[in-house]
Ligand binder design. Structure first.
Ligand code: ZN
Length: 306
């Protein structure tokens, strides 16, 4: 079978789950599946485990081009991972590990949030935005920028780490080691570091989960509403910086916490109105991506075809 007639596969590796999307050489999505990531202390073993599971579900010989979405700082060109904290990978050649198991005719790599941004773009209903930013609101904050239908990228290192935009000088400590990053306020793993201050205090701060705060907010609990408003205000600071720098047409939120969009959108709007330069204010809109589960894998499959 010629490469042109062969299918493309996007593999979105997550710390918990790995999602796979398969599409035709013409870019039509043919199917999806996902499974628990078989994590191992040895990154090579994790890759081997992932590919074994995939090969059990789909014949790899039918795949002409594959793309892997990796949750971390990588060199897309070399297929080298500098660090992927959720997988425990550090200075690891993911490309070598993949090729050892299966020699794909074409194999590319990209940061997972960049793939998610392309997935959002490809699945966008209606006129596609020329400049689209996707922010993944999960344990941490991922981000990607798609311009003219292509991921804004460079070959030697991942770019566009909006999660580490500083929103509070000398603020709360982030997992990256610095202080005051967006992630240290709006990542689900970090919310309790400030949210407890707005909570009545009848329970320990650690007992709060974003899902619970969201549920309480929807039921009308004032303390929960305050937390989400503050969340939106924080998020809006970084979003405003992004708008002032890149002037995207659309900012789309994905990831678990995007489910609380209706709760944080008021604070987000206030913050954006305060901080975005007036001529840009009307040109950008925000929204959520409803198709979250396979969005990164879809983007990776499309990337494999480019
Ligand atoms: Zn940081």
């Amino acid at each position: 079978m010629g490469l042109k007639k062969m299918k493309a596969m996007g593999i979105d590796i997550g710390g918990t789950n790995t999602a796979v999307s398969i599409c035709s050489s013409a870019g039509k999505t043919l199917g999806h599946f996902d499974f628990s990531t078989p994590t191992s202390a040895k990154p090579e073993k994790t890759i081997e485990g992932i590919l074994k599971i995939i090969a059990g579900k789909y014949p790899l010989d039918e795949i002409g081009a594959a793309a892997m979405a990796v949750p971390g700082m990588i060199s897309p060109g070399k297929g080298f991972v500098f660090c992927a904290p959720n997988l425990g990978w550090k200075n690891f050649s993911v490309k070598k590990a993949v090729m050892k198991y299966h020699k794909f005719k074409k194999l590319v790599f990209e940061n997972d949030a960049s793939c998610a941004a392309l997935g959002v773009y490809e699945n966008y209903s209606g006129a596609k935005p020329d400049f689209l930013v996707a922010l993944t609101l999960g344990t941490g904050i991922g981000s990607g920028f798609v311009s003219g239908g292509k991921i804004f990228s460079r070959g030697d290192i991942s770019v566009f780490e909006a999660g580490h935009i500083k929103i509070i000088p000398e603020g709360l400590r982030c997992g990256c080691g610095a202080k005051g990053c967006l992630e240290a306020y709006c990542g689900s793993a970090y919310m309790n570091n400030w949210a407890w201050k707005l909570f009545p205090g009848t329970r320990s701060a650690a007992a709060l989960s974003p899902r619970e705060i969201c549920g309480q907010s929807r039921k009308g609990a004032l303390w929960a509403k305050k937390i989400w408003k503050q969340y939106g205000l924080y998020l809006g600071l970084a979003v405003s910086d992004i708008v002032n720098l890149l002037v995207p047409d659309k900012i789309v939120f994905t990831g678990g916490l995007a489910g609380a969009y209706s709760e944080f959108k008021e604070g987000l709007r206030i913050s954006m109105d305060r901080n975005i330069l007036p001529p840009y204010r009307k040109s950008v809109s925000t929204g959520v991506c409803a198709r979250k589960r396979y969005i990164g894998a879809d983007g990776a499959a499309k990337l494999a075809l480019l």
